[in-house]
Design a protein around this ligand. Sequence first.
Ligand SMILES: [Zn+2]
Ligand SMILES: [Zn+2]
Length: 183
Amino acid sequence: MSELWLDITDIPATGREFSFSDQSIWTGSIGEFDLPHRLDVPGTGLAATFTVLPQNRGALVRGRLAGKVVTPCDRCAEETMLDVAVDFELFEETPVDGEQSLEPGLLRRRGQVLELDVASLLWEQFLLALPAKPLCDENCPGLCPQCGASLKNGPCSCSKEEGDPRLAVLRQLKVPNGSKQRH
Ligand SMILES: [Zn+2]
Ligand SMILES: [Zn+2]
């Protein structure tokens, strides 16, 4: 994962706003985890803006990540451009010297300097912004389970000839008396 630590030591109590749109924050991890998402297509890309508010024993981070990502459809695998957006607000505790935290947070102290792990923050928010099953269209018919052809542009040849064997059984059950049996 790409590293990006932000110095948040001297932020006034009213907070300070930060913006990030360097795509390598996300593309580095996409490549590392071998994920199929792409941000390098014209018109795509992500941007994040957030405010850091110092608190007694940590910091409040509040912001939004939004943009466009190209990703394969969960049903037909065709690349499709998605709008993603997520609002976030999280409290991060300042690590205490000498105490080993079981769950390392997004803040670290280096001497007197307090730093926020921006790469991890924005990567987590990106994963949260993505739909679990991205679809090119909510009515996407997906792929034929027999021949693997995309059914988006009409039925494949095998669905005409045989159809789904499970459906064929149902069809026979439904044939009313007297009607012709199709072959
Ligand atoms: Zn699809
Ligand atoms: Zn087919």
